[in-house]
Ligand binder design. Structure first.
Ligand SMILES: [Zn+2]
Length: 369
């Protein structure tokens, strides 16, 4: 699950690089002096860059500074390291519970209903939080290695009237990683009707949903060859996209895109393609995100997975090839802005656009499927 981004993937967001087998280095046009020839050189092995034309050179950090990029990194305290260790132990436990088929219903939900294979479960570390055993399954497991103070501080186990109880019970678990590939939170989807459909870890010093994007480690790698990041919402949508060949994708964790998201993305990509749900909240979140991304210097367009409601459903209905094709299509963002607007005159345009979209997309989906 752990993927670190490299110098080439950072620089690759700004200039197209190609790997030279003979020199074992990456070459491309210089993002600083924009010289036409391939005078810019990146050595991934020692993390350095230099330009034969303008003479700019340095480390990964120098590149960020000279490009005017800020990649905000949270300040960590010593106990945060313990918490991340507990999250990792919990992730391994949840993963064992799912793949060890502790609960057949959870296993068949993932494999049959959602159509995911063992490789995808491993790639995303998908797990299952059991219930029963007085709701202390995880607590008992963690107690073998960690003390109560650290376990309660992690928030994965709560203290109740009748003693300790696991926060996540009878849920499909999605570990959320930070940029270093460490587990810093979980999203849990319930398998029964108890509680909210999705439950996320509370925000903390190590988990801030306004700066993190789900699946970004893979997307950072993909920026070596792609210049557009597709942004969707929801764990299953992101998994459907990345597992079926759209690695240049990431998901927001229930917010619009923030300034912090934008500056993170800008370290790797030049364009964002918004693909949030096409319901009203999704459209409004896209409309709010557009100026934030543009102000950070990113190009923005949008796409919709209609007539399906999201990328996951689109894949189930039309397959991998159609999913990749749709993900590669961008529409002018002003269309989304109009559709999300509540101004009365926008309503007419909205109806028209909706009509055109439905006609156009039905045609395309049939051809692609
Ligand atoms: Zn140069």
């Amino acid at each position: 699950m752990m993927v670190h981004h490299s110098m080439a993937s950072l620089v690759g967001g700004y200039t197209k690089l190609s790997f030279n087998e003979r020199t074992k280095k990456y070459h491309g046009q210089c993002p600083f002096c924009h010289s036409a020839a391939e005078v810019f050189c990146v050595d991934n092995k020692n993390g350095s860059f230099w330009c034969y034309s303008c003479g700019k050179h340095g480390t990964m950090e120098d590149f960020r500074v000279q490009m005017g990029l800020e990649c905000p990194e949270p300040e960590l305290e010593p106990e945060d390291a313990d918490t991340m260790e507990i999250y990792e132990a919990a992730a391994a436990y949840y993963y064992q519970c799912l793949t060890g088929r502790m609960d057949m219903r959870a296993y068949s939900y993932i494999t049959k209903e959602r159509g995911l294979d063992e490789k995808t479960m491993a790639d995303f570390g998908i797990g299952y939080a059991p219930y029963g055993r007085r709701n202390q399954s995880l607590y008992r497991h963690l107690s073998q290695r960690f003390d109560d103070l650290a376990i309660f501080r992690s928030g994965l186990v709560k203290r109740g009237k009748y003693g300790a109880y696991d926060m996540f019970r009878n849920r499909i678990m999605f570990p959320i990683l930070n940029r270093d590939g460490r587990v810093v939170a979980f999203g849990g989807r319930c398998l029964d009707d108890k509680g909210p459909k999705y439950l996320n870890s509370a925000e903390s010093r190590i988990f801030n949903k306004h700066t993190l994007l789900y699946g970004f480690q893979t997307a950072a790698e993909a920026s070596k060859t792609e210049d557009t990041l597709l942004v969707c919402e929801g764990y299953m949508d992101l998994i459907a996209l990345q597992a079926h060949g759209v690695s240049n994708s990431a998901a927001v964790l229930g917010t619009a895109l923030t300034k912090e998201h934008a500056s993170l993305i800008r370290c790797f990509y030049k364009r964002v393609r918004l693909a949030l749900d096409s319901d009203k909240p999704g459209l409004q979140a896209m409309a709010r995100s557009i100026p934030v991304l543009e102000n950070a210097g990113l190009e923005v367009d949008t796409t919709s997975f209609s007539p399906a409601k999201d990328p996951d459903e689109f894949f189930q209905r039309y397959g991998k090839k159609a999913l990749k094709a749709r993900a590669a299509e961008g529409t002018d963002p002003s269309v989304t802005a109009v559709r999300a607007s509540s101004e009365p005159e926008a309503e007419l345009v909205r109806q028209l656009v909706k009509h055109l979209n439905v006609c156009g997309q039905e045609g395309r989906a049939e051809k692609a499927g």
